[in-house]
Design a protein around this ligand. Sequence first.
Ligand SMILES: [Cu+2]
Length: 496
Amino acid sequence: MTALLTILCIALIAIIAIQIGKVTELASKIRGEEDMQEIVNRRSANYSLVFMIIFLIACIISAGYYKNYMLGYGPHESASAHGKTLDSLFNTTLFFTGIVFFITQIALFYYAFKYRGVRGRKPLYLPHDNKLEIIWTAIPAVVMTFLVVGGLDAWNEVMADIAPDEDHIEIEGTGYQFAWHLRYPGPDGKLGTRNFKLINGTNPLGQDWTDEKNLDDLHPSEVVLPVNKKVRVRITARDVLHNFYLPHFRVKMDAVPGMPTYFIFTPTKTTEEYRQELSNYPEYQVPDPNDPEKMLWETFNYELACAELCGTGHYSMRRLVRIVSEEEYKAWLGQQQSYFLSSIRGTEDDPYKNELLDIEVKQRKLEFSDALQKAIDATDTKEKVLRLNYVYFEPGAAKLTELSRYELDNLAESLNKYPNMTIEVGGHTDNTGDAAQNLTLSSERARAVKDYLVGKGIAAARLQAVGYGQNQPADTNDTEAGREKNRRTEFKILTQ
Ligand SMILES: [Cu+2]
């Protein structure tokens, strides 16, 4: 409807213009050509002055009207430390170019008015004027020098790399058609090496799994960063040119295939703080069209975009960015799974198939002490029984596998930590084979665990070894998964 009305208005204006033209033509025939020309000139000159005034006023009003939507003003002051420098640089430039803008617009229209065609007036021909040339070369040159020097200074400050030993987090963003693949270092704080030749369906970044630094790296789906902490973003691309753009932080850097770039910034406002800031402005106290239950300020999120038109799916490169407190960041980081452990471990790309990795040892240790703490705190005797998840035996024998020692060492350590604790080690089998043999095997296996612990210096009196055979299944014996659950070694806390 609006479009139709607009078209109708334009058509009407065109018709009016044509009619005026016709009337003018007719009038000129009656009054004489020259008289008429002068009247037209004066009228056009007046119109252009009116146009200039309306135009300049509209410029000022629209700037005021849209101020709170624009980056750099109102609630959109930079959310990063360096962003303030860039914003003030921008405002300085805007100040000088604004002055020039108004002077040139006013001069342009004023002179068009002043020197309109008047009968008998001779044009002045000005071939060259040294004074004028000097003025309009020297003034811009001086202003430009200040702007460029100031700009260079700001550039050097913003682009300075991390100093050695400076506290920071390093993350990585890799652009591809059409998303960002993010990578965070794991607990070691270091990103592992990459090699483009290793990129395949399961290794999207070409991480070299023989580099231990890669094993704990995370591939999160959103950018989460702690407030007031320096972040160095490594920026790479896998196919075409992309651009890593965080508008609210004034971070923008090309992602170039084959040429890693970087950007360093310090977020200074959490997402929540930014929302609170927005809530002070009436422009954001309106319902969000996408979620009418909430106000616009409540649904605000920082975002990562691609600022390079990189193909048809370019728009889908948007990612959410959350800035949180240090504690929230640590909690979030703790929930993220290492990409190697969750997607590569145990597959044919895993170069460590028959070893236990340091990170796994640490992870299992934590898992064990968490479970033990729960059992110690529990009042129900059923909850005092813990399964030794990583204790295995050679098939049909009571010989512990090599990798079982890690879990047993955790148990031995805990027994040392709680000197009054006594436990019963229980061996269990599934129901395949002879029941009597199963009972013997489970007793021998429980015994093997006890012997191992005694070997680690735990007093034998604190340990009882009992074989339960197939008599206490934990699950059904009808499925392979159930039987696997039934073949187990447990320990029960007797006293603590
Ligand atoms: Cu892109």
